[in-house]
Unconditional design. Structure first.
Lengths: 210, 601
């Protein structure tokens, strides 16, 4: 998905290409028919005006995203994409301004809490991984006690409840995460722990297709 | 007043109200470079273009880069001043046809001014261009005049690089981007005077809208991809006036401008206000009539305004209309060429015994961690350990840095500047890169009160670049950094780019740590030091080439990589020729001392 103001769309594109996925950019007037995975990338859709993700969540393409969700397609929201999924009500909770009041950009350590989703099958349970974060509004606020948490921070990064970095739906098919797996797909970039997330999805989809 | 008399002489009459405003902008130091033009002509130049410098990276790609100041606005309104500084330099790189791929800053201030950092961070983060580091220098010498210099770099195939001029009569100029308002009127002339002057109000400050900038970047790149642009110039200081004048002046042509066509954000703007408004996030492109429609369509698809505002004419006159009413008619070259101040020949003295001028030391990560330095997934070396290294997807890469030595220049402006250039070469070599070119930003006090140090800095830049055999590809000058008549130290910020191979980048790992070189400075030894750095880096040693040898930012950066540094840092003169080398062993005929170890934590 490319919303006006998305800025990690090209990074997600390169990471998906890297794992051999046939990938296309999708704009506001396009259809999501024919795709198996929808990625809502990071960035500042509509300049974060009003609230991060709030305007994008009310664009007409969001009906397409919702339709894809209803049909059980896999949906991954990264950073601003996570914010949009929450604004759309597809994932529970809220994302507030970091407790520091400042933007935070660095590599963080995460624990993989749930390896039973299509996105995390290739991780080991409780595996510790490193991914970059870069956000001003990443403090996860829990509104629901029965949620599936997929990644947790090992150190306090932004004041999130229970150190939550990523949540998924009950069926595990929609994942929202603040860290950026697409920035960690090659050693050259300082780490490649994000690669496993993409290979997990790809293998899951290939298995289900055959 | 002197310039007014020159203008009267050239026009053969008194200028009218609109002309006064127009010439005040175009002949301001900020736009006209009156005090530095003569010095710039003497520099060893290469790849100088209208908007930014261009050097060849690898035969296929060009590296587009420039450093620019936004000192005056940041002093009065830190957040918007700094933010629009980023926006402006980004558009300079963009106007050359390149996608901006990295930002670096160089900040001189009394203490970390939160508004300035946030302004840079919010703007850079939002438009998705990584801010990959820079320098942070804290000293009370900058209490009233913080210096905010920002460098931007972009990469483009040579075929995509655009000229910064109109090339033939019949072409039209389209202005697109955000709508025009009253912000930043006379920003250029405000930036050319003492900060206690009567223009130092928030009305002279432009307001940034990074979302519009992001849309402008994508729209412009799409237009270039579709081959719709014959020439381009961003709208910065001097707004529509400056952009359209420069485009036709460089082509030796004239223009007719129709101000009523510009989409406005405020009602009741007077024609002269529309002409010189410095509203941000706007770009002027030269195209043909038949292609202008598609340009406007692309702009609108990106939620931007656009209009054909001028026609290019053979007659080298600049005519401005509002509806049927002509509001100005003057020769293009008169507007474009500000009177020049005489240059003086500075003869360097022997280097003095520098004393240590203490700048405050802080961990720059508190600043770096507010910058998204990873967006774009090309950042190979993160901030904090010397120059940044970026890859170019597909093949190759480049290094970039900003560097200055105002602590030395405040004592001897020639040698402080000279050494800053040499140290930039050391830093570039330390990451295994080959220096390609320099961009520079002259930050200075009042050249009318003290022309000597300005001459010394420019002579040092010229001499050092000749010594290093590295061309100057672009530059910028910010003068009148004074407050109540008191000037900042002469601060020349060097931006240097190099050709790097990301695959061969050396990262710190457990090893012995050596100090290599000499604790004092002798220019005769400099090339020897460069050879040693180049050799050791190629052999797989990690090299730190810092003025302070090892500082808290290095220590914290190593800690982020899980490494603990245990060293006795040798004492050196403020100007020295020593670097820190991380390797198991070192063989060289240059003085070597083992000073400690680097271990996993």
């Amino acid at each position: 998905m490319v919303y006006p103001g998305s800025n990690c769309d090209r990074d997600v594109y390169h990471a998906l290409k890297y794992v051999g996925v046939d990938v296309n950019y999708v704009g506001l007037d396009d259809s999501l028919d024919g795709c198996d995975l929808v990625v809502l990338p990071g960035g500042f859709s509509y300049g974060d005006y009003l609230r991060p993700g709030a305007v994008a969540a009310r664009e007409k393409i969001s009906h397409e995203v919702r339709r894809a969700a209803d049909r059980g397609k896999l949906i991954l929201g990264i950073c601003n994409g996570f914010q949009i999924l929450i604004e759309m009500g597809l994932l529970p909770g809220a994302l507030l301004r970091n407790s520091s009041g400042r933007f935070v950009s660095k590599w963080v350590r995460l624990i993989v809490e749930d390896v039973d989703t299509p996105f995390t099958r290739n991780f080991k349970s409780r595996e510790v991984i490193k991914l970059p974060v870069a956000h001003g509004y990443g403090r996860y606020f829990k509104t629901d006690s029965a949620i599936r948490v997929v990644f947790k921070y090992m150190d306090d990064v932004n004041g999130s409840d229970d150190m939550i970095a990523a949540v998924t739906t009950e069926d595990g098919r929609i994942l929202g995460m603040m860290p950026h797996p697409e920035r960690a797909y090659e050693k050259l970039l300082g780490g490649e722990d994000g690669l496993k997330l993409f290979t997990s999805v790809v293998e899951y989809l290939r298995r289900n297709a055959s | 007043m002197r310039y007014l008399n020159i203008l009267k002489g050239k026009l053969g009459r008194d200028p009218d109200f609109v002309e006064l405003h127009a010439f005040a902008v175009m002949w301001s130091e900020h736009c006209g470079y009156s005090h530095t033009a003569g010095y710039i002509r003497r520099l060893p130049k290469q790849g100088h273009h209208g908007n930014a410098g261009v050097v060849d990276l690898d035969g296929d790609f060009g590296l587009v880069f420039k450093v620019e100041s936004h000192n005056h606005p940041s002093a009065v309104e830190p957040y918007n001043g700094a933010a629009t500084g980023v926006g402006g330099i980004i558009r300079d790189v963009l106007a050359m046809g390149a996608r901006p791929s990295a930002i670096l800053d160089s900040l001189h201030m009394n203490s970390v001014i939160g508004g300035i950092i946030e302004g840079i961070a919010d703007y850079g983060n939002s438009i998705g261009v990584p801010t990959v580091g820079g320098e942070l220098r804290l000293s009370e010498l900058y209490q009233h005049n913080p210096l905010v210099n920002v460098m931007a770099v972009g990469v483009a195939p040579h075929g995509n690089i655009l000229p910064s001029k109109a090339s033939k009569p019949g072409q039209v100029m389209v202005v697109f981007g955000g709508a025009t308002g009253r912000d930043g009127i006379h920003g250029a002339s405000f930036a050319s005077e003492d900060l206690t002057g009567d223009k130092a109000s928030k009305l002279s400050i432009q307001v940034g809208d990074p979302f519009a900038e992001k849309m402008l970047i994508e729209a412009f790149l799409r237009m270039n991809e579709e081959g719709l642009i014959d020439g381009a110039q961003d709208l910065g200081a001097g707004g529509v006036l400056s952009a359209t004048v420069e485009l036709v002046a460089r082509g030796g042509l004239g223009a007719v401008v129709h101000l009523e066509r510009l989409p406005l954000r405020e009602s009741n703007m007077k024609p002269w206000e529309i002409l010189i408004s410095e509203s941000q996030e706007r770009m002027a492109v030269v195209t043909t009539k038949d292609r202008a429609e598609r340009i406007i369509e692309i702009a609108k698809d990106h939620l931007l305004t656009a209009a054909v505002v001028a026609e290019v004419k053979a007659d080298p006159t600049y005519r401005v209309f509002y509806g049927d009413k002509k509001i100005m008619e003057v020769p293009v070259q008169l507007l474009a060429n500000a009177p020049e101040e005489p240059v003086s020949d500075y003869v360097p003295k022997d280097m003095p015994d520098f004393r240590k001028v203490d700048f405050k030391v802080v961990d720059a990560h508190t600043v770096f961690e507010q910058y998204d330095y990873m967006v774009g997934t090309d950042t190979v070396i993160p901030p904090g350990l010397g120059p940044a290294v970026m890859r170019v997807k597909g093949d190759g890469g480049y290094s970039l840095l900003t560097h200055s030595r105002a602590d030395l220049a405040v004592q001897d402006s020639y040698w402080g500047t000279f050494i800053a250039v040499l140290e930039s070469v050391r830093k570039t070599l330390s990451v295994g890169a080959k220096p390609l070119a320099v961009t520079n930003c002259v930050n200075y006090g009042d050249p009318d009160a003290d022309p000597t140090d300005l001459a010394a800095m420019m002579k040092a830049l010229e001499d050092a670049c000749r010594f290093a055999n590295i061309p100057v590809a672009s530059g910028n000058a910010s003068l009148y950094n004074t407050y109540g008549g008191r000037a900042i130290p002469p601060t020349l910020v060097i931006g240097m780019v190099g050709r790097a191979d990301p695959k061969k980048i050396v990262r710190p790992k457990p090893s012995n740590v050596y100090a290599i070189g000499w604790p004092d400075f002798d220019v005769e030894r400099e090339r020897r030091l460069w050879e040693v750095i180049e050799y050791l880096s190629a052999k797989g040693a990690f090299v730190l080439a810092a003025s302070s040898l090892v500082n808290v930012t290095h220590v914290k950066a190593l800690r982020r990589l899980g490494l603990k540094l245990n060293v006795d840092v040798p004492r050196t003169e403020p100007a020295h020729q020593m670097v820190i080398v991380f390797a198991d062993s070192v063989k060289t005929d240059v003085p070597v001392e083992k000073i400690g170890v680097l271990k996993w934590m």
